[in-house]
Design a protein. Sequence first.
Length: 529
Amino acid sequence: MKTLNNENNWKKENVFPFYYFLLSIYPAIFALGHNIHEIYINVAVRPIAILFLICLVVFGVIFILTRSLFRTGLLSTWIMILFLNYGKFFDWLDQISFFDLISRHRYVIFLLLLTSVVGIHWISKIKPSKNLTIILNLFSIALIIIPVIQITSYSLRIENQRNNAESIAVNTDVLTANADNPDVYVIVLDTYPRADSLEKNFDINNEFFLQQLTDMGFYVASCARCNYAYTELSLSSMFNLNYLDQVAPDVINSGKDTVPLFNLLKNSLMRRNFEQLGYSTYSLASYPPLAWDDSDFFYDVKAEQNENTNGNLAITSFERLIFDSTAIKLLFDLDIFVDSTDQVPFNYRYAEHVRYHQFTLQMLRNVVSQRGPKLVFTHLTSPHAPFVFTPEGELLTEPPNIPWVDGLSWEDNKKYFGMQVQYISNQMTPILKEIINGSETDPIIVLFGDHGYALNDAERMAVLSAVYAPEYVKESLYPSISHVNIFRVIFNQAFRGNYDILEDVSYMSPHPDPFNFSIIDEVLPGCVE
């Protein structure tokens, strides 16, 4: 009779609780689906593997103790739920400011242990049920299928864009190569505002930096504006020398998907023109999705990550996003992983961002000695958040939250964003001098912010725009030039092009609806006509 009962119980449990494994890796899958347009899929491999390994160990230990698939599934799931939400419990308790760091962890551990005991006691009373396991399995599939669809859909769209890249009409028949073509540097300082916007919104007087640029020979457009408010829109338009309704009408009319714009950015008219003129292309981008990964010389910040950490396993921003909600946060906060031999501490909150940024700056210096003619595309995620540097270039010990992710008051925005502006300005001055002094012939340098940063939409369009070029090129630049016309002027004056100068128009759109454009006029006093 006892044997028969055991056989009946086993039949009731003879459905494997794979829901437990899906729920355990769900945080990483969800985060990947939610951020797929910002990162590469492979960054999720390690956190998924770590979470799976942890849940496998928990499952094995509990199965040895219970010898029941049904109870192992429920008990393991309960323990993993507590493990995966440890950081959230901690953040909740963190709001009680009089607890110090160690005390907060002690209280969270105590609360979770107490909660786990109560849960284990309650689960032990549940009778084995094949139907319950089936329901939980189906629930886990339904839960995970949405981010999987997001990931798959985005990946297919990206691959489709690569395989069906539309060739932009290259106007090289009206361009003429010079005997000694100048090297061309296109340097994007992400979210760098115009001087008057900095003064009004951040109480920063940027005249010293602008005067340094002027003294070096740059033309600084005092009333320059971007044409669009977001990076992929702004750069796609600028690099294709036209407005998006002309460059990508099908993309605009197809909905809210900006993915095709990254293809237009990487395979732009500007780039193709220079390649047809005999230029080699260099890609240095601290934000990987913008990189020209098919350029002649591709400096991959991701590949540099391990080499730049002295062989140690560096925590990526994506991993930090996931693990900060789990019990692994305890190891981070107790500095278990800190490596004092690394310039950027292993446990630094935005270590990956810092390394990408520093690598890009260093490579920009290094390419100066490479003989041309060359087109160097450099994108620096600064002064864009995360805010990690002091004006002198030191790392902030406690960097603030990313404003649009975790929230940050405008006063803190002003403080920390202002520090990043001062930092990147201080960094760029010697690098620009090295480029000018180290080039075989006088280079062309386009230094600009892809969009600005302000509470007011109109002021977001006010950006830094500085061009180092021969005098006959600078004579055709003007104070209110917008991005769409910069390379039109350069091709016309330096390479005998025949591009019409377009009307300078700025378009604002809501971030969730990026192609719902409205014209934004100039509002800052010194530039209103």
